[in-house]
Write a protein that binds this ligand. Sequence first.
Ligand SMILES: [Mg+2]
Length: 123
Amino acid sequence: MSKNILIVDDSSMMRLALQSSLVETGYTVIEAVDGLDALEKLKSGVKISLIVCDVNMPNMDGLTFVKTYKTMPEYQYIPVLMLTTEGSSDKKEEGKAAGVRAWMVKPFNKEMLMNAIGKLINM
Ligand SMILES: [Mg+2]
């Protein structure tokens, strides 16, 4: 059965690019436009195998979202990969401390991203 990946990004262009790459690879995609929306999608009851998350977003940013869901027992073990223009080591350290498993800087290389996703999903 196809695994569900939640993509969280405020850019519709980015969501579209990610969605097409992921669907082509055989995953099912659920989209969220910011951290608050992502929390709602998690609670919708669909089993999520991985989250691909932007950092800079309105309403709730990616790191706040990660810190929030990592405190929720039902969802805390879902792995998360950050995909962002943010490359500062401070942010990366903050992410790592919050439980982020991988960090990639945009624009993404499709092959590298699919590779990283495949590894995280099969752990
Ligand atoms: Mg953004």
